[in-house]
Design a protein. Structure first.
Length: 145
């Protein structure tokens, strides 16, 4: 910042601060998404494959959607790319909606028919403060602070 007017120095500092805040926001949301998908049980992969994100509203559960009976283990794969693209394009202060669209997602999350819930979303959400603090530490480390 040497040689810049005071106003230019403040402007540069403000721009860098906003960029760091956006980096923390995007990194934290990405890590939250990773925590959910990492804890999602995989049988056919259909459930984790249905994980999505939007900047417009909650991904809607498609009632009755489930893998076909012919689907074997690992028939469906999860690609984080589309979710990451949404996350990276939502500006600071924006809202990112994430959720499953598989019709049985709630049964797996909360439990049903005598099976205990897996809580993949709830457990990840409980870690939100820890996830944000990790993103802050990483942002500080990237600028040597």
């Amino acid at each position: 910042m040497t040689g810049l007017s005071f106003a230019a120095q403040v402007d540069e500092w403000t721009t860098k601060t906003k960029q760091r805040m956006e980096a923390v926001f995007h990194t934290a949301v990405d890590r939250l998404s990773e925590a959910v998908t990492a804890n999602t049980p995989i049988d056919t992969g259909f459930l984790v494959h249905s994980w999505g994100a939007s900047s417009q509203g909650m991904p809607q559960i498609v009632k009755g959607s489930r893998p076909p009976s012919s689907a074997g283990p690992g028939s469906f794969t999860y690609d984080a790319g589309p979710v990451n693209l949404i996350i990276s394009n939502v500006p600071l202060g924006g809202t990112i909606y994430m959720g499953f669209t598989a019709g049985y997602a709630g049964h797996v999350e909360y439990g049903a028919n005598g099976r205990p819930g897996r809580g993949m979303v709830r457990l990840a959400a409980q870690r939100w403060p820890e996830i944000v603090n990790g993103a802050i530490r990483d942002a500080k480390a990237s600028v040597g602070r």
